[in-house]
Design a protein around this ligand. Structure first.
Ligand code: ARG
Ligand code: ZN
Length: 853
């Protein structure tokens, strides 16, 4: 049964202290839990959450309980009579070896590790597994001393010894009260990188990074990133780390990216390990950003946590915003913003238009794991960014400070956060609050009128949010609209317009010529924009706007319009203006200092971005016009593309801004050039000459999109060269699964037999099947439904092993209503096949049912 935000009640019991003891064993780990309990409300029994636990015994204040004293069911343990204050001792057994859902305590290879967010702790022991029950933890871990040199948990290490049975016994104490979802335990044998960080107040923090044996050299970038993150949070927000030790562990089996457990972050190894040979520039970027993200949670998430899971965006939206600002300061701010905008315009707009539409603070949840979404995280971050835009950077920083001071050590709500912001800003944020409760993508319509005789410019804005699956009625939001006015003969002007009604006008006096208006500069709000631009306006913005994001966006809008024209014009071919070729040629000839930016300016919008501009997605027409324009550009610009490509040279690999931009621009050129038949040797040369994974992937990706057999040849070489490296094989799996030809089905089958493929490892499964369903529109959306069938079969196969990953994988099928009749039928059939299974998980049930409803 679903839970509702409005049903919140404060916990009936608090737990002040938890004393946990783990005797690790793959088949039967014994967990002894001693809880110091205090009653907050009279007349209620003590109900604890618990799943898949084998209860051995319960004792209340030292007295063993009888089976008549309590009741046990599949999800809970209820003790009927408990005093005002008591000590409860619970002994359970669990089987980490058989935990393929990767929630609670599980085994990743030979390593024991935990994932408790959101509701995994209940698979470790009976406990009030909700984020507003904060307790102080003491943890004892016992395991075979030789096989488990490292036994880790949250906080500070208290003691370590070997007992008479030859077991290592380690005790930990975390002085900061925390909710159960931040609990962590790791046991294994690792290579350890150590370092230290001196905080701004002069405290020394020991840093430890645990990686697989032999991978030590691949850990240093993550450790350096951690130090940069620690320093950045001190400088930007005055926030210092609070324990004496900070540990990060990389594991192979992980459902998500990483987890911010207090003092003991656990990471998907993909977001820790990197070296030039095996990681791309993008991998390096992601590592720095996720290391930052988990570190920033120590304040926004851990010191101040969430009252209930409906408030998830309180910590996630805010922390994504913080990691984005960190990344922007570490590298190219424009590129970071472009990445964020792309994600909103693809996955987030798609989610708003889907049966799973929800506000950043959802109101109704069946399976919490289904709400770790791009809406809660990334639209959540956009909402925080709008707040910063509205209040100004300094006031926003003061508001954050006040929020953290006011709620330190507490479980807070989104309203608490907004209240703190309102208090420092002395601004009424009541309308802004709607962003938390209203779902959907607002459509912003912009127009301008220039009156030369009066020297007046009148700008008008209108907003309208279409109904979503979860909400029919929508109200006007407070939308910050940044603009720039570009003139011919005078300096440009930048303004911030506040739109808070359905329609509004803004009058500018003393304007002596008609400007081109850059609307929604820097993507100042997560909305769709409809503005009356001519081709010339867009090309002018792309050349002249101050904001790099606006320049890129103008090119994206230019192509969206051309492709839309091509889609509706049926037979006739839409022509491209000569001014376009001139501009593109100019960029190729003078790529400037920000080559990554130039690369973005030269890149067409992708299928997903374009698809979100249609209610009914014209799959085939979109694909054919993208490829037609790409081909056209390659032919028309062959010479400047070639010279640009040839002029770009780097030294030995370094992850450094200028080189990253250069490789990116070179990859874009290569990608166009690969469209031309006589350029196959170029792909070969690029591949062979590469001394780093970024260039290697550029060659493979370009080969994959070109018509040639060269892809088969290169990918075979790549697969054999990296056959022992799982993280690199993931790249290989993804390339194989996203190849646009119909041989992809056979190729996927072959990859399933690869020694490194495992249905139990989420990274492997995603590498093959997310790549197929998200990055291979040609074959996934085949009209005969073979792509949909493959995904449905995969989801059903995975669900019994790992419901969380299965439910994520099913997402592309949910939006069946947005396709033509034939595809609709086949997608729905695939969903019905899933729904028809007798025992699907809650995770899958919630999504599939919302979609078929
Ligand atoms: N809090 C983690 C992060 O964003 C994500 C954990 C998600 N876990 C889950 N089971 N959905 O850093
Ligand atoms: Zn997070």
């Amino acid at each position: 049964t679903a839970k509702r935000l409005t049903d919140y009640t404060a916990p009936a019991f608090s737990i002040s202290h938890v004393d946990l003891c783990f005797e690790l064993d793959a088949e039967a780990t014994r967990v002894t839990s001693v809880l110091q309990i205090k009653r907050n409300r009279a007349d209620v029994p003590l109900k604890l959450d618990g799943q898949q636990l084998t209860l051995i015994s319960i004792a209340l204040d030292g007295q063993l309980l009888d089976t008549t004293d309590y009741q046990l069911d599949a999800d809970s343990l209820t003790v009927f009579t408990v005093a005002q204050q008591c000590e409860l001792t619970i002994i359970c057994d669990i089987a980490p070896q058989h935990n393929t859902a990767l929630e609670g305590l599980y085994m990743a290879g030979n390593t024991y590790c935990t994932q408790c967010e959101a509701e995994g702790f209940r698979r470790i022991s009976y406990f009030p597994d909700r984020p507003d029950v904060l307790a102080e933890y003491k943890v004892t871990i016992k395991a075979d001393a030789e096989r488990y040199p490292y036994l880790l948990s949250n906080g500070n290490k208290v003691s370590e010894h070997i007992d008479s049975d030859g077991r290592r016994v380690v005790q930990w104490h975390d002085p900061f009260p925390k909710p159960s979802y931040l609990f962590a335990l790791v046991a294994g044998d690792f290579d350890v990188l150590t370092d230290k960080f001196i905080t701004q107040s002069g405290r020394e923090v020991s840093l430890q990074l645990f990686v697989d044996k032999g991978a030590i050299t691949k850990g240093s970038f993550a450790l350096e990133s951690l130090k940069r993150a620690m320093q950045w949070d001190e400088q930007r927000y005055g926030l210092e780390y609070d324990l004496d030790i900070y540990m990060v562990v990389a594991v192979d089996f992980f459902n998500m990216g990483a987890m911010e457990n207090k003092g003991l972050n656990i990471f998907n190894s993909k977001y820790v390990l990197a070296d030039a040979a095996s990681a791309t520039d993008r991998d390096y970027f992601n590592i720095e950003s996720i290391i930052g993200h988990e570190y920033f949670h120590n304040w926004t998430g851990n010191r101040v946590t969430c009252r209930d899971w409906f408030q998830l965006s309180l910590k996630e939206g805010l922390t994504v915003f913080r990691d984005q600002e960190f990344s922007a300061d570490m590298g190219s701010a424009t590129l970071c913003r472009i990445d964020a905008v792309k994600l909103i315009r693809t996955a987030q707009f798609a989610e708003d238009a889907s049966p799973m539409a929800h506000p950043i603070r959802p109101e109704q949840v069946l399976e919490m794991n289904n709400f770790y979404t791009v809406t809660v995280y990334d639209k959540g971050a956009e909402v925080i960014r709008m707040l910063q835009t509205l209040l100004g950077r300094d006031t926003f920083a003061k508001g954050l400070k006040l929020y953290l001071q006011r709620h330190d050590g507490q479980a807070a709500t989104c309203d608490d956060f907004l209240q703190a912001m309102q208090d420092v800003a002395a601004q009424d944020l009541s309308q802004f609050r709607l962003w938390y409760s209203q779902s959907g993508t607002p459509l912003l319509t912009a127009a301008q009128r220039y009156d030369a005789t009066r020297s007046q410019l009148i700008l008008s804005l209108a907003q309208q949010t279409p109904p979503t699956a979860d909400q029919a009625e929508k109200q006007p939001l407070l939308i910050p609209v940044q603009i720039e006015l570009l003139f011919n003969t005078q300096a440009s002007q930048r303004h911030l317009l506040l739109l808070n009604e359905s329609e509004q006008q803004y009058l500018f006096e003393g304007i002596t010529e008609a400007p081109v208006v850059v609307w929604l500069e820097h993507f100042s709000a997560p909305v769709k924009l409809a503005a009356q631009y001519s081709d010339d306006d867009l090309l002018l913005i792309a050349r002249q706007a101050t904001d790099g994001v606006a320049r890129w966006d103008a090119m994206q809008q230019f192509w969206s319009r051309k492709i839309a024209q091509q889609v509706t014009s049926n037979a006739s071919e839409v022509a491209l203006p000569a001014a376009l070729f001139k501009l593109l040629q100019h960029w190729l000839e003078q790529p400037g200092t920000d080559m990554a930016m130039t690369a973005e300016l030269l890149t067409l919008p992708d299928f997903d971005t374009l698809a979100e501009q249609y209610q009914l997605i014209p799959v085939d027409k979109l694909l054919s016009s993208i490829s037609r324009f790409k081909q056209l550009l390659a032919e028309q610009l062959a010479r400047p593309l070639s010279s640009c490509y040839n002029a770009l040279k780097t030294g030995p690999y370094q992850y450094q801004d200028n080189d990253v931009g250069l490789r990116k621009l070179r990859a874009v050129c290569l990608n166009y050039l690969a469209q031309l038949n006589d350029n196959q040797p170029l792909l070969h040369t690029h591949y062979v000459n590469s001394d780093n994974m970024t260039d290697t992937m550029a060659a493979l990706a370009a080969a994959q999109q070109s018509k040639a057999a060269v892809f088969n040849e290169l990918i075979a070489d790549f697969a054999s060269r990296w056959q022992h490296d799982a993280l690199v094989m993931d790249k290989c799996f993804a390339l194989v699964a996203s190849q646009p030809g119909e041989q992809v089905f056979e190729a996927i089958d072959t990859m399933l037999t690869h020694p490194l493929f495992s249905w139990k490892n989420p990274n492997r499964v995603r590498a093959l099947f997310s790549a197929f369903s998200l990055r291979n529109p040609q074959q996934f959306h085949r009209i005969d439904g073979k792509g949909y069938q493959l995904l449905a079969d995969t989801v059903l196969r995975l669900d019994p092993l790992n419901p969380q990953v299965a439910a994520r994988l099913v997402t592309p099928l949910l939006s069946w209503r947005r396709f033509d009749d034939e595809r609709q039928q086949r997608m729905r059939a695939a969903l019905q096949q899933i729904a028809g299974q007798s025992s699907i998980s809650n995770d899958l049930y919630e999504k599939v049912n919302r979609s078929l409803d």
